[in-house]
Design a protein around this ligand. Structure first.
Ligand code: GTP
Length: 199
């Protein structure tokens, strides 16, 4: 049986935004209140997205220095940047993270999803939904507001699945571009030969 394609996804965001809670919600459909904040983990997960099997490797990052961050960015195919809707500072950390990502992955256009977590805490919200939408539009990526704790509409899964779709789309596009460029090389070589013969 053919092996399902593998996509490496890394979850970034300020400490305490709920990265681990989101990953665990996605993998187990459960919410667990507390994790070891220093814990950094990778999980493997198989899913069927739009009738195509995919194996995800998900890295839940935690408290890293810049070198570790860059290493994780080089490792990943796709990224979720999370902020906490009750913590404006975490929202302000999104753009610098995205800039670092662009820098590390240059010249590639990076598959990315923006997630505003803890939407169950609307009464203490510091970041408006439209602010998240605007930022996502600027970054040209999908945006989800959700709650790892009360994921009623399934937005958490949808965020992970959409990221996988985006990784697939980019890989397909890169494959096409590679094929196009090798066809161009062959054409150029033939033209060169023909020019030599005729001269
Ligand atoms: N109310 C609410 N609390 C949440 C939600 N998601 C996470 N939390 C809480 O927020 C705190 C931090 O969650 P974590 O999942 O450990 O956050 P993290 O981003 O992985 O944190 P670090 O590992 O320190 O980087 C915990 O107390 C969680 O229970 C949510 O959707 N709603």
């Amino acid at each position: 049986m053919a092996k399902s394609p593998e996509v490496k996804l890394a979850v970034f965001g300020r400490a305490g935004v709920g990265k681990s809670a989101l990953v665990v919600r996605f993998l187990t459909r459960r919410f667990i209140w507390e994790y070891d904040p220093t814990l950094e983990s990778t999980y493997r997960h198989q899913a069927n997205i739009d009738d195509e099997a995919v194996t995800m490797e998900i890295l839940d990052t935690a408290g890293q220095d810049i070198q570790q961050k860059e290493g994780h960015m080089r490792w990943g195919d796709g990224f979720i940047i999370v902020y906490d809707i009750t913590d404006r500072g975490s929202f302000e950390e999104v753009a610098p993270l995205r800039n670092l990502l662009e820098e590390v992955k240059k010249p590639k256009n990076v598959p990315l999803v923006l997630v505003g977590n803890k939407s169950d805490l609307d009464h203490v919200r510091q970041v408006g939904t439209e602010e998240g939408e605007r930022l996502a539009a600027e970054m040209a990526c999908a945006f989800y507001e959700c709650s790892a704790c009360a994921d009623e509409g399934g937005a958490v899964s949808e965020a992970f699945h959409e990221l996988c779709r985006e990784v697939r789309r980019r890989k397909a596009m890169q494959g096409k571009a590679r094929r196009r460029s090798s066809t161009t090389h062959v054409k150029q070589a033939i033209n060169k030969m023909l020019t030599k013969i005729s001269s």
